[in-house]
Design a protein around this ligand. Structure first.
Ligand SMILES: *Cc1c(COP(=O)(O)O)cnc(C)c1O
Length: 360
């Protein structure tokens, strides 16, 4: 028997499964499985990335000052209280590493994002799963699950993979009701898709127990570059910086993200295109007998009669060269998560699901 064993919790981690991107023997594959922006990043971000080739031999900035100032300017935030990471996944990781360990609990919701559990276990902490109500975050259930061991409470708003969200008054009630040693983390990966939603900025201004995480992977179309950020009370951000590697972001990532965040018109355009085709897609699916909840982000969670029908539909879509996301791993075996693509993609997937349901 080997005596070389990992830390407690590590063997409980199930490897994260990303959305598939290839289908054997298919060309013209349509990938709607990872909530990527069909329009990609703004032009200015691509140009900045290309220019970064000149600095390949240089170490990047350790304090990300230029990017933090750009984010601060665009979103009306204090740059000192922003931390940048390798995707918002890394911010989630820093939070668990800095604030939770053996004996501590990390609360997440029933259909919550997989990284909360993974990062909690990696830190040696215990993930605690709380039921949702009709695929929606249930503040009372979360408060009931909290104890003196709770260190972090993660909610994504809008949530992935459900696509639902709760209002700011509910979020405020959650922040106010948490035990005093716990931090509320608002994962705002899809915040830019919601018109008029501040992702928790005003709540963070009032309180010392709320942090938000944001990303360049979704509306900014930079998932391949891996840039995310967090914002919160100075003391918490300072502690996250203690565990952050000094060179976690490359030059190319920093300059491309900075150019992207400054392009507000791009975000505006992507948000309205997304809303238009998302609502169109949900309506078309409903017409052929595939319901979904009111979607607030850049995907639709399509519900089928049961897991068997969802899997059969997925097989049909694959035969048509379309990849969507099975979400049985999120305890939604009867659902498929479909990213909102451009107009042609939405028409193609709606048509294929219509075919599957035998309606044209
Ligand atoms: C996509 C997503 C993220 C973003 O992860 P990155 O590491 O920034 O690419 C974070 N949270 C949720 C809920 C997501 O769906």
């Amino acid at each position: 028997m080997t005596r070389i064993v990992p830390q407690p919790g590590i063997m409980d981690i199930a490897l994260y499964e990303g959305g598939a991107s290839h289908l054997e023997g298919k060309t013209n594959v349509l990938k709607l499985s990872s909530n990527e922006n069909p329009f990609g990043p703004p032009e200015a971000a691509k140009e900045a990335f290309l220019r970064a080739v000149r600095d390949l031999h240089r170490y990047p900035s350790t304090d990300h000052a230029a990017l933090r100032h750009a984010i601060g300017e665009v979103w009306g935030l204090e740059p000192r209280r922003i931390i940048c990471g390798v995707g918002s996944d890394e911010i989630i990781h820093f939070l668990c590493q800095a604030y939770a360990g053996p004996g501590d609990e990390v609360v997440h919701t029933e259909h919550g994002f997989a990284m909360y559990r993974i990062s909690a276990l990696a830190a040696g902490a215990t993930p605690v799963e709380v039921p949702e109500r009709e695929r929606t975050t249930d503040v009372d259930a979360i408060l009931a699950a909290c104890s003196e061991r709770t260190k972090l409470v993660f909610i994504a708003n809008p949530n992935n993979p459900t696509g639902t969200m709760i209002g700011m008054s509910e979020i405020r009630r959650l922040a106010e009701g948490l035990p005093e040693q716990a931090i509320l983390v608002l994962d705002g990966a899809y915040a830019e898709y919601v018109e008029g939603y501040d992702a928790g900025t005003s709540l963070i201004a009032e309180r010392d127990n709320v942090v938000m995480t944001r990303t360049f992977s979704k509306i900014y179309g930079l998932g391949g570059l891996r840039v995310g950020w967090g914002y919160g009370p100075q003391a918490i951000i300072d502690n996250l910086n203690r565990v952050r590697g000094p060179f976690n972001l490359s030059n190319a990532a920093l300059v491309a993200a900075e150019a992207a965040v400054r392009d507000r018109a791009w975000v505006q355009r992507c948000r309205s295109e997304n809303a238009r085709w998302r609502d169109w897609l949900a309506r078309k699916l409903a017409e052929v007998g595939v319901p979904s909840d009111v979607a607030t982000a850049n995907f639709v969670l399509a519900r089928f009669a049961d897991a068997q029908e969802a899997n059969a539909c997925d097989e049909h879509l694959r035969s048509e060269g379309i990849i969507v996301r099975r979400v049985a791993g999120y305890k939604l075996p009867h659902c498929l998560r479909i990213t909102v693509g451009d107009e042609a993609s939405c028409r193609r997937v709606a048509h294929a699901i219509g075919q599957f349901k035998g309606v044209r």
